[in-house]
Every structure is written in structure tokens, then in C-alpha cells.
Design a protein around this ligand. Structure first.
Ligand SMILES: [Mn+2]
Length: 196
């Protein structure tokens, strides 16, 4: 339940290097239609939407994969920020501990209004052609532009695919809680400062 305002935002970002468009509904049910031209990145974005219960449509084209990943992070984070509006009545915090086979990852989110990321994903090799450092780069861009404090840590794991996927699932599940409306405080800003 989100009150009267639909918590949706258009995704629109064009630079000389990339072109990104789409739609985000943070009160969705996890339906994703994602096309970035990078199969493993599509898999991670769809997984994020699925477990955060975001409806996400996103198409991205660009010159270099590195540019694309960074700009998608910025575009999606900006859409989350826009969909959240003034952040009244949200739960604000979320955390999760998620396994995937031998891998275990933890995530904690504070929709604080301050972009910050502390990431330790333990990725060493590329996954399906997706470079190890790209996932952290994406998450850092997402944290900054969504104005969220995001901590993601791999507790342990050995399969690179599982390490990445458990990390994204943990973040998704934490985000799902953090963006949810808290029925006990309708219309209230969950901060003693009075603003997020
Ligand atoms: Mn997978």
C-alpha cells in the first residue's frame, strides 16, 4: 500500500555514450523486462527487480560495456529516488542474509538521503563475460543516485555466479523492506531530523 501517489518513475538517461529508457514501479510484483545487451547484467537486474518486488522495464544501448553498467546504475538509482518522493511513511531500513548454494551474502540498506556504498563482494573472476569489478561499480552508482546507504558483503562462497547472485538477492530483499510503507506511520518522515 502506497497511499494516493503511485510510486513510479520514468527511466530516462541519454549521454553521448549511452541511451537508457524505461519504467520503474517500486510497488510492483517483480516483473522485469530488461535488455542491456549484456546477458549476465540483464540476469542481475531482473533478479534485483524480482526480489525487491519492483516492476522494471529497461532498455539500454551504449558504446562500451563499462559506460553502460555505470549509467544504468545512475538511471535506475535516480528512478528509485524519484519514485520514493519525499520518503514519507517508508520503513527506511532493510537488511537480509541470503544464501545461494555454497554462497552467503548480507545486505543492509538505509534510505537515508545520503548516497554511500560499502561493498565487499569477494568476486575474483569474470562471470559469464561480466567483469568482477562491474558489479561493485553498478552498485556504487546505484547507491549514490538513489541517495541510499548500501552495505553488501559476501560472507563466503566459491562459485562466482553464486557470489554475485546471492549479493544481488540480499540487496533486493533489503530494498524491498526499506521502500515498503510502514502502516504505523502514514505520512510521517522516519527521521528525527525531519527530512530524508
Ligand atoms: Mn543465476
Amino acid at each position: 500500500m502506497s497511499g494516493e501517489r503511485a510510486r513510479r518513475a520514468k527511466i530516462e538517461r541519454r549521454t553521448l555514450e549511452v541511451s537508457i529508457s524505461g519504467d520503474l514501479d517500486i510497488d510492483g510484483s517483480g516483473r522485469a523486462k530488461v535488455s542491456t545487451g549484456i546477458p549476465f547484467f540483464d540476469h542481475m537486474l531482473s533478479t534485483l527487480a524480482k526480489h525487491a518486488l519492483f516492476d522494471l522495464e529497461l532498455t539500454a544501448k551504449g558504446d562500451l560495456e563499462h559506460h553502460l553498467i555505470e549509467e544504468v546504475g545512475i538511471a535506475l538509482g535516480s528512478a528509485i529516488d524519484a519514485a520514493l518522493g519525499d520518503r514519507r511513511g517508508i520503513r527506511r531500513f532493510g537488511s537480509a542474509l541470503i544464501p545461494m548454494d555454497e554462497s552467503l551474502a548480507s545486505a543492509a540498506v538505509d534510505l537515508s538521503g545520503r548516497g554511500f556504498a560499502r561493498l565487499s563482494l569477494g568476486l575474483r573472476d569474470s562471470v559469464e563475460g561480466f567483469r568482477a569489478e562491474w558489479l561493485e561499480h553498478f552498485l556504487r552508482s546505484l547507491a549514490m543516485s538513489s541517495r541510499a546507504t548500501i552495505h553488501v558483503n559476501l560472507v563466503y562462497g566459491s562459485d562466482e555466479h553464486h557470489k554475485a547472485e546471492s549479493s544481488i538477492k540480499a540487496l533486493a530483499r533489503a530494498l524491498r523492506d526499506a521502500v515498503s510503507m510502514d502502516w504505523r506511520i502514514p505520512g510521517e518522515i522516519p527521521s528525527v531530523k525531519g527530512g530524508l
